[in-house]
Design a protein around this ligand. Sequence first.
Ligand code: ACO
Length: 337
Amino acid sequence: MKKLRSALKTKFRNSIKIVGLGKYLPEKVLTNFDLEKMVDTSDEWITTRTGIKERRIAEGESASDLGTKASLIALKRAGLKPQDIELIIVATVTPDYQFPSTACCIQKNLGAKKAVSLDIGGACAGYVYALSLAWALVGGGFYKNALLVGSEVLSTITDWSDRSTCILFGDGAGASVVVPAKSEAGMLSSYLGGDGNFGDFLILPAGGSRLPASKDTVKNRLHYIKMQGNEVFKIAVRVMVECAQKALKKCGLRSEDADLLIPHQANLRIIRAVAKRLNLEDKVFVNIHKYGNMSSASSAVGLCEAYEEGRIKKGDIVVLDAFGGGLVWGACVIKWI
Ligand code: ACO
């Protein structure tokens, strides 16, 4: 019994490392100037209030299509074949279907026959949640590896007649492959949280069992994102700062130890406020100007792009920090191997 306990303890102490990253952004670019022709807005307003200049829009592609393309790149870089993958976790608020899961669609597209496949919620914090779950399952010895995907086609749930939301969102996908790490490095800590009392601040009201699709729900545009932007803004800044601090504290680090902060890309003003409070203004990754808010795909694409741009080197401490509909929030600290 003693032996079993110590074996379990050792197994659960295992870390995971990311061995392959991929991203896919649809080709079509929708600029702020394009939006000026669709709603009463201006490039100047959008740039000043959000930092966004353009976003990508999927045409005839679903979340699994985007996610499959990002996954193929991540798998190639990891040196693994789809048949090697044992677990696929997809974070998305724009699944292909209610069921089958988008993870099952990606499993089929890849031919990853061995993989246990599941979708998770978590909205914009979805990738941070997926990474944390993978840590438990792969680090815990249940699976040898995992493919994590954040994929969104938010353009399908965006009300293109609502200027307060349609300027914010874009489509894209990011993927990563994780395996157990034998050293003390890799994933160092995860801090997750949330408060369902704030659920109404950011919601897609209809289409679920609470409010099934009907003529009325369509007429009242209830199949689109509804958001109380100001309320979300205030909470986002506070919880993202707390999340990063708590995740760093859990592994005995402080914000000055971080080499790169990759925050969820919802609004440049949120990103700057969070970075300032963490004293990481010079170490913050930003790509919101190119893609807008891609929900779960923002962190996944951000991590991939930061790595591709050479912003992450061996030994660096990387902090992923996100919040989203739920409301949910979370941060992960990774020591890059
Ligand atoms: N163009 C021009 N004017 C606009 C636009 C627009 N696109 N949108 C709103 N306005 C107007 C408003 O009507 C208002 O006018 P008024 O003063 O005459 O009433 C004025 O601009 C100011 O509006 P606010 O809502 O106060 O603007 P704010 O500075 O708060 O910016 C924004 C709005 C960008 C939405 C901001 O609140 C924000 O980014 N909030 C956080 C959003 C967020 O992080 N969401 C996460 C979603 S993630 C997910 O889970 C899918």
